[in-house]
Write a protein that binds this ligand. Structure first.
Ligand code: CFM
Ligand code: HCA
Length: 533
């Protein structure tokens, strides 16, 4: 692996090679090395990262169905975020509110960039209100809004007061804020926490009340998780934000536990909710059948309820046979095959579980915009250098709510649970789960991707739409772990079965062998023939 690393950076100018060298590390799970992460991409390198607006408007708020998400900016920003992420939702019947299929934008023109766009924004809010009478309107700033200084928060306040029965709040998530989508996650967490969470104190009943944080219902994952929670008798108060409503967010502080799927995008919310309301959080993973069983068991152990623990065991016993029979059929065909995963800020870790169940090895993996804690574990957080880019993102000062703070467990109770192996408030990151000698690469560049494939020739490469066809032209199938291509759900037990079958189809299809990769000699000879003809 060290030789591969050298090969990946060899062609770069010395300064670039030095910098990229710190983002490419040979893993050792026993002595986790440091990974350079969450810093600016080197200009000129083709990154797969997106922007702050994508992380805020697209990722965190995108899956909410009854908030009108209004983009203040030129039309392209809204158009390119229009139904491109496969977050699904299930409205309450045919008349139930669902604005997800709409594309709301102020359609800023040059005139507004020069003379200001606040008037147009006010008009757009009024128009959306008159047409839909939504419970809430979220305003999202794109790059030019920040550059010209339109004050979306003042507009939000003015219009909220004017309209009276519509919660209106803004997100200063200009694309250039921070270094990736990650900044947008933080901005989204802050504003939803400030303007929405805690508004509705109604006790809606139910036992074992949890919130599901960082699950965005891509390809219907949240539906499968909801099915399992329901079967176990665990009440889902709110989901941030797959298949969610604003009413759920308002009421979410009545839950007794926050479980986190995607740590990167939503850990801020969990911490703020614990400080203000006293709700502890726990990392879970519903990707992988074993991981799903483990996560359900851990939720039951948190509640320390025998009947719940028994029910969870019953559910696992009911669900597992179907999983095992598919694994028995597929494992012999996938065993020993090689995978690589380069995705966002959490899936590159979670999906290694499913590949393990298929007997496949992960040779190399990395995030586009994960932070060091997502790689090395939260214990490194105190040592993370806070640079100017991170300082630009607001850290809310949160304290216990004088009336609503109610610790769900005492510190002693939490300590006891931790001693019994329940890792409350912790996430160990991706590297402890990866083999010694595997390559961990942050913010992989396009050149490095191609080189890595050429050197390792994996049986499957997992990434997004930008990589998909380039990689497939090299004769390597690419599974999109963002959109799942057209598949899913992949979460839970049913999801695991779907994934096994899809991966089997991909790694065992003979079509890939018919493609000549650019580095294959035969293709070079063919080209030579062509030239001499
Ligand atoms: Fe979390 Fe996500 Fe991901 Fe993410 Fe994303 Fe996504 Fe992703 Mo695409 S919130 S970090 S910003 S799990 S959109 S649902 S697939 S890059 S790995
Ligand atoms: C985003 C969204 C994205 C893009 C996926 C891709 C998603 O980052 O803005 O590059 O294929 O999951 O839809 O991550």
């Amino acid at each position: 692996p060290s030789a591969v690393k050298e090969e990946l950076i060899k062609k770069y100018p010395p300064k670039v090679a030095k910098k990229r060298g710190k983002a490419i590390v040979v893993n050792d799970p026993a002595e986790i090395p440091q990974v350079q992460a969450n810093i600016r991409t080197i200009p000129g390198i083709i990154t797969q990262r997106g922007c702050s607006y994508a992380g805020c408007k697209g990722v965190v708020l995108g899956p909410t169905r009854d908030i009108v998400n209004l983009v203040h900016g030129p039309i392209g920003c809204s158009f390119y975020a229009w139904l491109t992420r496969r977050n699904q939702t299930r409205p309450d019947g045919p008349e139930g509110e669902n604005y997800m299929t709409y594309c709301f934008s102020t359609d800023m023109q040059e005139e507004h960039v020069v003379f200001g766009g606040e008037k147009k924004l006010k008009k757009a809010i009024q128009e959306a209100y008159d047409l839909f009478h939504p419970k809430a309107i979220g305003i999202f700033s794109t790059c030019p809004v920040g550059l010209i200084g339109d004050d979306i928060h003042a507009v939000a306040k003015e219009m909220r007061e004017k309209l009276g029965d519509c919660n209106i709040f803004g997100f200063s998530c200009e694309g250039y804020k921070g270094v990736s989508q990650s900044a947008g996650h933080h901005i989204a967490n802050n504003q939803v926490f400030k303007h929405v969470v805690g508004l509705d104190d109604t006790d809606k009943g139910g036992s074992f009340k949890i919130n599901m944080l960082g699950e965005y219902n891509i390809g219907g994952d949240a539906f499968e998780i909801e099915r399992l929670l329901d079967k176990c008798g665990i009440t889902l108060v709110a989901s941030f934000s797959g298949n969610s409503t604003i009413g759920q967010f308002e009421n979410s502080h009545t839950a007794d536990l926050n479980v986190i799927m995607c740590h990167r995008s939503i850990n801020y919310m969990a911490e703020m909710m614990e400080t203000k309301y006293g709700i502890p959080w726990m990392k879970v993973n519903f990707i992988g059948a074993e991981a799903t069983a483990k996560s359900l068991r851990r939720i039951a152990r948190y509640f320390e309820d025998d009947a719940l623990m028994a029910r969870v065991e019953e559910v696992i016993a009911e669900e597992m046979p179907a999983v095992s029979s598919v694994i028995e059929e597929i494992h012999p065909k996938t065993k020993g095959k090689l995978a690589m995963l380069f995705v966002g800020g959490s899936r590159a870790h979670h999906y290694q579980e499913l590949f393990m169940e298929l007997g496949m090895e992960t040779l190399s993996a990395g995030y586009e915009f994960g932070h060091r804690d997502d790689y090395e574990g939260r214990r490194v957080i105190p040592n993370i250098k806070v640079d100017a880019d991170s300082k630009n993102i607001e850290e809310l000062k949160i304290s216990a709510d004088p009336e609503k703070y109610k610790p769900r467990k005492t510190e002693e109770e939490l300590e006891k649970l931790k001693e019994a192996g329940l890792d409350i408030r912790d996430y160990d990151g991706m590297m402890p789960d990866m083999k010694k000698g595997s390559l961990v690469i942050d913010d992989i560049s396009h050149y490095e991707t191609e080189k890595l494939i050429e050197l390792y020739k994996p049986d499957i490469f997992c990434a997004g739409i930008k990589e998909k066809y380039v990689v497939q032209k090299m004769g390597v199938p690419l599974k999109q772990l963002h959109s799942y291509d057209y598949g899913g759900p992949y979460a839970g037990f049913t999801g695991a079965i779907n994934f096994y079958r899809d991966i089997d189809r991909m790694v065992n299809s003979r079509v890939w062998k018919l493609i000549q990769a650019p580095w294959e000699e035969t293709s070079i000879e063919l080209e030579a023939d062509y030239v001499t003809q």
